[in-house]
Design a protein around this ligand. Structure first.
Ligand SMILES: Nc1ncnc2c1ncn2[C@@H]1O[C@H](COP(=O)(O)OP(=O)(O)OP(=O)(O)O)[C@@H](O)[C@H]1O
Ligand SMILES: [Mg+2]
Length: 182
């Protein structure tokens, strides 16, 4: 719905622990450009914010990327002259896109990388092209939030923007220090 005719590009990776999830975010950052929309989906505690934290580190933005519990969206300006990261919790964005436009962020979404948790069915209209990142717990893991547990992450690039993306850069689940959580 809303995407162009090009074939989606899909890749899936296994992520053993939270540090590796941050590394995945760091690895994804170089693929992102101003105006990109990234939708993070997965149940409570799946690791959406953990991935976003790594993305923020990889993009070199200011401020800790945390659960935007008390705000719907938070702008993290770049420290390196790149795009800002706009981190949105759409769970609370009942009104969808209209409400998003009403947020009055002091940054243009076209100039930013917009990462949305719980965005499915709410913010797709922001962009014809988008990257959908689905995080799933490995089967049999029934202790959410306790310790590190394997996740399966599926990345689907929809629209012309993502046609022919070389996902290989993500596969050597990178080195790098975990980012401190707050
Ligand atoms: N492989 C893994 N990847 C990511 N997080 C993991 C993994 N294993 C365990 N965890 C833990 O799961 C939790 C994920 O929390 P996080 O806030 O990132 O989830 P979320 O999807 O953003 O949740 P919410 O829906 O509440 O926003 C953290 O406590 C993290 O340490
Ligand atoms: Mg979260």
């Amino acid at each position: 719905m809303g995407s162009t005719g090009s074939t989606p590009t899909v890749t899936a990776v296994t992520v053993p622990d939270a540090a590796a999830m941050q590394d995945l975010g760091r690895g994804l950052a170089p693929l992102l450009r101003p105006g990109d929309l990234v939708l993070l989906s997965g149940e409570l505690g799946a690791g959406k914010t953990t991935l976003a934290r790594g993305l923020g580190a990889g993009l070199g933005v200011r401020g800790a990327v945390t659960s935007p519990t008390f705000v719907i969206a938070r702008v993290h300006p770049s420290l390196t002259g790149g795009p800002a990261l706009v981190h949105v919790d759409a769970y609370r964005l009942g009104g969808g896109l209209d409400q998003m436009e009403d947020l009055d962020l002091d940054v243009s979404l076209q100039d930013s990388v917009v990462v949305v948790e719980w965005g499915e069915g709410r913010v797709e209209e922001l962009s014809d092209s988008r990257l959908e990142v689905r995080i799933e717990r490995a089967l049999g893991d029934e202790a959410p939030g306790e310790g590190d547990d394997e996740r399966r992450v599926t990345l689907t690039g929809l629209g012309d923007r993502w046609a022919g993306t070389d996902w290989a850069v993500l596969l050597p689940a990178g080195a790098g220090e975990p980012v401190d959580s707050v």
